[in-house]
Structures are given as C-alpha cells and as structure tokens.
Design a protein around this ligand. Sequence first.
Ligand code: ARG
Ligand code: ZN
Length: 891
Amino acid sequence: MAANSTVIYRKDYTPPSHNIDSVNLVFDLIPTKTRVTSTLKITPRPGRRSDALELNGENLRIDSIRINGEPALSDQYDMFPGRLVFRSIAKPTEIEIVTTINPQENLQLSGLYMSKGNFITQCEAEGFRRITYFPDRPDVLSKYSVELHAPKDCKVLLSNGNLIEEGELPDGRRYAKWEDPFLKPSYLFALVAGDFVANEESITLADKRQALLQVWVEPGNDNKTAHAMESLKKAIKWDEKKYGLELDLDRFMIVATDDFNMGAMENKGLNIFNSRCVLADENVATDTDFTQIQATIGHEYFHNWTGDRVTCRDWFQLSLKEGLTVFREQEFSGDQLATESAKVVQRLKNVRALKAFQFPEDAGPMAHPVRPESYTEINNFYTMTVYEKGAEVVRMYQTLFGEEGFKKGLQEYIRRHDGSAATCDDFLNAMADANNADLSQFALWYSQAGTPRVSIKTEWNEQRNELTVRARQVLRTFPGQPKPKPMLIPLAIGILDDKGKDVPLQLVDETEPQGTTRVLRLTQEEQSWTFTNIIRQPTLSVGRGFSAPVIFDIDYSRDQLIFLAKNDSDLFNRAIAFEKLSLIAVDTLMNEMRTQKNDSNLSPMTSYLTTFQEILEDDSLSPAYRAEVLKLPSETAVAEQSIIVEPELIRSALALMQKKIGQRLTSTLEKWMKLCETIGPYKCTPELAGKRALRHLMLEYLVASGNVKAVQQARTLFDKGNNLTDKLSGLRTIALSGTPIGRELIQTAVRAWSNEPLLFNKVLQIYALARPSKGDIPTVEKMRQMMFNQAFDIKNPNNVFSLLRTFFQNGGPEFHTLDGTGYQLWIDTVLEIDKFNPQVAARLGRALENWRRYEPNLASMMYKALSYVSAQNNLSNDLREIVDKALYEPV
Ligand code: ARG
Ligand code: ZN
C-alpha cells in the first residue's frame, strides 16, 4: 500500500547509479518488533547520472543510520514517502541502517511475516523494501551474508546459500549464519525461522559433487513429502541431461507454508512454497495435485538458472524468466510421461487453460503485451499473459528452430548473461545468433498485445491435383494506437486424404515431399501456399499441437469436424475438432432454449453423440486421452465463442447436454465405468490416473441423467474410496449435479476435513460450485455462512481463493443474478480483504473486468459494482489499477 500511485513506463528505464557489492543482514527475530541491521558496501558506478543513491523502503521504522561508521548527519540524506535518498555517494562507502519491522502485523504476506508462529519471507516483486531500505530493483546484484537471531523455540533458521555456523547465544536464544556465494537481486532473498522438520537426502550430481536436498514442513506433515522429494530429484536430473544445467549449490531447500499469496517462490537455494504445491499423499492430494506439485517443484527449481543465475533487468522483463520457466516446466512434465498420447493430454490441458483465461485477458481491459509497456502495481502483472502466453512465445522458438536449435540458443543466452540481469531482447538475440536467423519480426510477439486471429481458406483444384492454403492474420487494434504490424506466426499443418491418411506435403516449387506435418511461416497479412500431388479430396489440419497462441478461424462443415475428430493423426487436433463439434452442439441447445423450439434428430446433438461414442469405444486411445477429449466444454469455452455472455443460459445448456449424454449413452458409459475400475492400493501413475479420470467422467454423465445406481456409486466413492481422487470425485459429482443428497455430503465433508487445511480448501471449492437443489438457501447466503465457519480464515489466501475466487471467477451458481446479491458479495469481500492484503484483493477484483461482454442487465450491474469500489478513497494501488482499468480502459 505505497502512498503514491504513479504509472511506471518501460521507456523510462535507467541503470542503477551505484553497485551494492555486499549486503550483511542481522535479524533479531521477534514477532512484533524485529530489528534488522543492514550493512551495505557501496561503489558508485561509472557513467552514473548523479551521485545520489536512492533506496526504497515501506512500513519501516528507522532506528539509526551510519555512514562509514559515523552517525549520518541530517544533511546527508532526505526522506520521501517510500524512499530514502543519500545526497552524494561519490566514492566507495559503507552504510549501516537499523530498522524495526512488525512481522506479526504484516498481513499482506509480502516482506517478512508470520505464518502459524513461523517467520517467512516473500520478496518478489517488491517485498524486500518492507524488510530494510535497499535499491529494491532486480538489476542490483549483490553478495549476501545473513545472521539470524531467534527465540529458543525457533528450532530451524534458514536463509539463502550455505550454512556457515549455528548454535546458541549467551542469552539462550538461537543463531545461524548463512552466506550465499552467488550474486543476486533483493527479490531472491529469503529467510525462514520456526518449527519445521526436514525430509532430506544427499544426491550425487553429474560432475560427482554431492548436494543435500531438504524439504522442510511443519511437524506432522513429514509423511507427505516423498512426492516433492522425488519431483525435485527428477527436475535436477532433467535439467542436467536436457540442457547441461547443473545444480550450483551444496544445498537446496524447499519450505512449505500454509500462508502464501502465490504458488511458490524461487529464492536462491531456499524455495518457499504454498503447502498445497508440496504436500501429497493419497489422502490429501488428487491425481491432478500430484502432477501439479511435480510441475511447480520443477518450475521453481528451473528458475535457478532461468531467473536466478540470469535474472531480469527490470520488471517489464518478467516474462523473460516466467515465460521461459513455464515452458521448461511444461517440457519437463511432458518428458516424465511415457507415451505420446499422455503428452498430448498434458498439452491439451495447458492450451485449454490458456484459451479459457489468457484469451479473455488479452481481449479485455487488462490486455498487455508479454513484455508490458507500463504498470502501476507490478504484482498485477503476474498474469496468464506473462506466464502462459510467454511460454507459448518461447515454445515458438523451438517450433521454428527444432529442439537442438532451441537448446543452442538457450545455452548461448546463459553463456552471455550468467551472473547478470537481462532483457527479453537479449534472449531473442541469443536465439537468433545461435541459429543464424533474423528474428526482428518475431520480436513483435513481445510488444503487440491481443490474440491474433488467423483465418484459413483452402481451394482444391481437382484437375491439377493442387491444394492452395490461404491464411490471413487479423490483429487486435487498440483504440488510439497505431495499426499493429503483421507477425511471424508458425502454422503447423497436415493434409488428410479422403481415407483420413496424412498426405506427404510437397509445395509446387519443390522436387519432393517433406514429411506429413510442416511448419509454414505466416509473415504477411495474407499469404498462400500451394501443395501438389493432392489427388483425393483433402481436409486441412491446421495449428497442429497448437503451433502459435492464436485463434484459428477455419470454416469446417460439421462433417469435416467429425472426419477430423475420428482421423487426424495429430491427436491434439483430433481433440480440438471434437471440441468444436461439442461447442456447436451446445450452441444449438442454447438456441433451442432461447426459442423454445426443438429441432429433434437432425440436431448436431445426434452426430455429436455418435462421434462421442466412437471415440469412447476406440481402444487404441488411452483412457486419459479419452477422458480429456470427451469432457464437456467448460463454461468459459462456451462464453469465449458467444458474442454476448449469458451465464445462466450457458450453465443450463451444459447441464442439459450432460444429461442427454447420460441418457442416450447409458449402457456404454456404464460399460466403461466398469472397464476402468482400478483395484488395489492407490498409486499415482499416468495409466491409473487416466483410468480414474475416464471412470469419473462416465459417472458424471450418468449422475447428471438422474441415474439412481450412478448416484449410489458416486456416494460410495465418497464414503469408501481409498484415495482422495475417488472421494472428491464422488462428492463433486453429486454436489455439482444438484442431487439433493449433495447438501448433506458437503456438510459431512466440511466437518470431517476442516482441521486439515489441504482438504478444507478442496471442500470449499466444491461448496462454491455446488448446484442448489430444491429447498436450499440462496447460494450467496450460503457463501456468507461459510465465511463464519470456525475453520475459514479470511486472512488465508488459500481459503479466500478456494471459496471466493472459485465462486467469482468460475461463475458459481447464482453469482450472476439480477438481484445483485452476488455482486454485493464481491464488493463486500474485495473491500474487506483490500484493507490487509491488496494482492489478494486485486486478484479477486479481476472477476468483473470483462463486464462489457455480458448481457446488458448484468453488465450494467457489474459496472455499478465496479464503480462503487472505485469510488472508495482508501483503495490500495493494486485494486485501484484493476477496477479503474476495468471501468475506463478503452477496449
Ligand atoms: N516467481 C514466482 C513464480 O512464478 C512468483 C512470485 C510472485 N509473487 C508476487 N507476489 N507477485 O514462481
Ligand atoms: Zn516462476
């Protein structure tokens, strides 16, 4: 909650005036008054514009300042809100600053704070300035040594790097000294102090060095760390083998805490995690959680090279480390899977998340390029665009240059920039140079916001056996901004013949065919390619594997979609074709509901159901793949293709569709439920998880159709399942279908699970999405009641996100109602949370930003709700930026 809310522009970047060669920090850890003594060795940088040295600080009490050992005089520095400026540091100087902070009262969870009696830090992006005065910017890299003094009961004292010594102080308190051998920016600083236990293991690295790995958790959770440890070891091996990037430390630590704003943080050698991204066993984590934990552990570990060893020059470059690291994490996760089909399932999930959340972001008022040009509050830019679209941009280098070319580029990037702070341009240049390529047009992916649309037309000349593919790119133009320039868009395509076989691809000016999937480079606004030897009726498969983060517009007939859904050799595109078919079916249902007319058997529903059944019965496809393909489209996917969003209509249409599938395919669904039964003790392997996923999907359709036996089976899963995946699926299926016993089951779950945070959060998510059945109180009432539950803590981000964000963001039932009670709940909770945790409030705040797309009555109420919040005068910068952009940013 910095006092000033100024817009910061990328073009205003200036290099730091001084180097901070070393930082020595001494912490006297006391929950309500922690004293921090910081000693900085400073040298002015050649070419600096001024001798003044500016330090950032927020919520700090200064106790003393010394310059070269002498108390500082009042004419040597100036205090401004958020800044401490030394007027002239013209030669090497040592400054010691003593400040006092109050971790106990720090509910923003940024800086040094308390979680269940333990001291924890989170410094990215600008939390270090809440610990001590410092040039808190990522391009100031220093050597850190840290001394922790703590109460006796703080058994474990951790910081970055190597432990130098630890023991007892004369007064009985404990101390530890840590030294980080690597240069780092302040945002990678971390300390942890409290009562923890470690699962530890020593491993041998590729160069035969030994390294100690530790996973620190609260006592009692040590039996849930095996999966995290396994994941860490896999990540270390993978980075060694894939890119030759080794662990550079003697010790690598992970700490889990329940109170954390985000998923996890890559502090050098001391990663701090939200406990939901670490702890796992069959009773507290689902199959999806196991996968997610492996991915997040990988992500933070991979940051050690892409983030820590090479960091960002400024926060506009955030995607330099995040987009790249998400890409690395995705490749790692894919490589842990044995089959092509399993990799496709993972890719489908990632692409669907991108389409559901990043595409709307890029089409709305918060749209920004992967490398933003400006921000008010940097914490608002840890977005799907920076992370997920950023990862797609990195993936395109690999699509263009191949895995080998990509590896050369990445290694060149690290060779050039190791130990320093780099930019997105630096990355692009390393890729270009390593591959002798000109990437000047590709650079537009970093500067132009909006999802490009690529519309495709094909023409088959039967006489000449030629197929011409015409592509046209349409880019989002922002009001008041110049027309965007055509981008370089890789289009991976294939051509199917009338039997569904891939045709060898040969352009007219080529002497022989080159493979059956090719990457065309769309570089102009309009471009065409003509393929020869296309003897039989062709069907184009475009955007295979999702070769670019764009919307592909191609006018397929329903028959063509069915054909692709059954035959495309690219499993990814098969799924996409089927998704299009489902969206057509939903659309038809919505039209029928609007007009109350039913066009019976001719309806797309029939051909959809036939194709559904064929895919389901196709034993050559893995159960995991079938489960992913045959899912109902998400509400967001339907909303994305609607011109005007009508949430209740979408919800009812999807429920109806689910019911029809359950009714018409009963025996097939029942058969596959049986075939996918898994017996014996729980194991999270891709094969078993796939079977469970397919089985649970069958069950959902059957329960939706009111099948009494299925309801009983779901209930049994919840009551008797020997693992959380089964149990939650039973509960969720019943609760989301509106089956009357849902209420009772949820109550049972709340009672049974409220003292285990991981489980409590799970039940909150289901609670927020449960479909009301006859006699239930309004959902919003129910939400308010839950906030009074003993176990619910509004200060805990996981609780808030599980209950409220699920309800707001995923459009829980009765959130979008004309009586306005849903939006009132949004106003009340966002404003309450903003008083103590602006980051969390701002993320909830985003739920209404696409109000313009809703049907007019809802849109105007959303507008009013946003205006009400915006009219408050004590909003944080974080929340203010979000609501004001939602209201006033021209779209
Ligand atoms: N660098 C972290 C990650 O992606 C995210 C931390 C962001 N924290 C924040 N408060 N914005 O792994
Ligand atoms: Zn990250």
